[in-house]
Design a protein around this ligand. Structure first.
Ligand code: NG6
Ligand code: CA
Length: 522
């Protein structure tokens, strides 16, 4: 029974609304700016393995702040990066498109042009349309400019031309030149009298390299990484000039943390919803923990930078809490690809690993078609909204575009990206049915509990990084539910399943199969 007084209240409220509408107030303003849209933050690590997060239960390294997200949110056990290397995974997360559809989506040099077409649909563009402010802080590695970049002028196109209102990035990787920060297309702290030049083919006359001046090195290279020396660390690529603008490696984590904290602080005051892609550089090489973290993990620099990254995440969450943002912010925590120990420098990663298992129970690692290449820690956290739990649903980073578009009130989707919003919010246990994962241009099919890896030539183990790549002269078929470590190849004993997987794989990969639906933004 509704009381008469309540009915009266409702009537007077409705007439109040009607009065405002007839006064010409735009009631749809509420919809346009979507004030109820939560903020969205990606905390994205570089080369963090499935077993590197202690909440994933495998290793001996402790990551209490990552665990706080994993245990306080949904911990996905079947969450995938799109690729076993960085650039393709980042391309997929921003465009909602399989990276193998773009032949240029490979590990890029620091001089590569922008990989994303400026006309392409991207997640930040969609969110901007829904009233979000958007920012990219940290590692970019998706190319800049259109060819020859003049690092001393405005560098464009870049993040700001594919949907980000604000960007403060490192161009490629910590081990690649140019070793400078770039804010909204401008090198930070650049002295015009000391211009920057970058070349990936040849050195600049008279500039020291790891080959000509090994005495200048504070970190030794193992493979690759023998070009220009910056802060005693040999890099990939040659660079000249820009002394004042060069970053300090040991301060990089603090630098990006300050940027991220400032950004969310400013946005908290504005009240406008925001999307922040916070891409940490750890534990990618060169591993350069701040002295505060040196020796902290007992596992050498790789463990130390992981402890540093964990601390950074804790500090960042504290800021969100202090600014009153935590209950109105969806955090997605993940990694761009799986783990590697020796990725080109002598840094004790192999020697000091002890009982820690960066890949957890998975086979392979970075660069691999085996599970550890692409199956990564994957967590959604939203204090007070997402009920903590574990989900075994098959979810991929490609799906974030359509899912988060839906969360922000947009109906936009891109063909490869499935709307799994309910799954990401813990309201459903259903994931996607199948997924074509990628590792250095090779692809494999995950469907249901199964994975099929087609035959590929090439070495079974990459000798420098000592990782099994997944290459074989025969088809490989594994039931991941029963055999997460991919030890029993069932291709011979289950020819029906193998055939079913090959047909589905060919259908998705063929030019006419599951054509990507290209959307033009208005
Ligand atoms: C490889 C580098 C490796 C790392 C990787 C990119 C050599 C020998 N190896 O080419 O050190 O930089 O590229 O990693 O140069 S990623 O995580 O950004 O994909
Ligand atoms: Ca990476």
């Amino acid at each position: 029974m509704i009381k008469r007084s309540s009915v009266n209240q409702i009537i007077s409220f409705l007439s109040f609304l009607f009065f405002f509408q007839s006064c010409g107030l735009k009631t749809n303003e509420v919809e346009e700016s979507n004030p109820s849209s939560p903020n969205i933050i990606f905390i994205y690590l570089d080369d963090l393995g499935y077993g590197d997060v202690s909440a994933y239960g495998a290793g001996t390294l402790q990551t209490p702040n990552m665990d706080m997200l994993a245990n306080g949110g949904i911990r996905f056990t079947n969450g995938y990066a799109s690729s076993a290397t960085c650039t393709p995974s980042r391309y997929a997360i921003l465009t909602g498109t399989y990276p193998w559809r773009n032949k240029n989506a490979k590990i890029l040099p620091g001089t590569a042009p922008l990989l994303i077409d400026t006309a392409q649909v991207t997640l930040p563009k969609i969110l901007k349309e829904q009233g979000y402010h958007t920012a990219m802080i940290g590692k970019w590695h998706l190319g800049l400019g259109t060819g020859e970049v003049d690092w001393n002028q405005e560098i464009s196109p870049g993040p700001n031309q594919v949907g980000f209102d604000y960007s403060h990035i490192l161009a490629a990787t910590q081990d690649r030149v140019p070793t400078v920060y770039i804010e909204n297309g401008r090198v930070v702290n650049l002295d015009p009298n000391d211009p920057i030049q970058v070349n990936y083919d040849q050195n600049f006359e008279g500039e020291p390299t790891a080959i000509t001046n090994p005495e200048m090195l504070s970190m030794k290279w193992h493979h690759g990484h023998n070009n220009s020396i910056v802060n005693g660390i040999p890099r990939i690529g040659f660079m000249k000039g820009g002394e004042q603008a060069k970053w300090s490696d040991v301060d990089m984590a603090d630098h990006f943390l300050d940027e991220a904290k400032n950004y969310v602080g400013e946005r908290a005051e504005s009240g406008q919803p925001f999307f922040l892609f916070y891409a940490l550089q750890q534990p990618h090489v060169p591993r350069t923990p701040h002295p505060r973290f040196e020796g902290k993990s007992g596992m050498g620099p790789r463990g130390d930078v992981l402890s540093e990254a964990d601390w950074v995440i804790g500090e960042f969450i504290k800021t969100l809490e202090e600014k009153g943002l935590l209950e109105n912010t969806l955090i997605v925590f993940s990694s761009d690809n799986g783990p590697v120990l020796n990725d080109g420098y002598y840094d004790d990663a192999v020697e000091k690993i002890g009982n820690h298992t960066p890949a957890g129970p998975l086979r392979g690692g970075k660069y691999s078609l085996f599970e550890a290449g692409t199956r990564v820690p994957f967590v959604t956290y939203w204090k007070g909204t997402i009920k903590p739990g574990v989900s075994d649903a098959l979810v991929t980073q490609i799906d974030l575009l359509s899912s988060l578009a839906a969360l922000a009130g947009s109906g936009k989707t891109v063909g490869d990206s499935e709307n799994l919003l309910d799954t990401f919010l813990g309201k459903s246990q259903e994931g996607r049915e199948s997924f074509v994962l990628e590792a250095t241009t090779r692809t494999a099919l995950r469907a249901g509990d199964w994975i099929m890896i087609p035959p590929y030539p090439g070495p079974e183990v990459e000798k420098n990084v000592v990782i099994e790549l997944g290459n074989s002269t025969d088809y490989q078929l594994y039931n991941l539910k029963e055999d997460i470590g991919q030890q029993n190849n069932l291709a011979q004993s289950n020819p029906e399943k193998l055939q079913e997987m090959i047909s589905l794989f060919e259908n998705i990969r063929s030019p006419n199969g599951q054509q990507i639906q290209q959307l033009e933004l208005k």
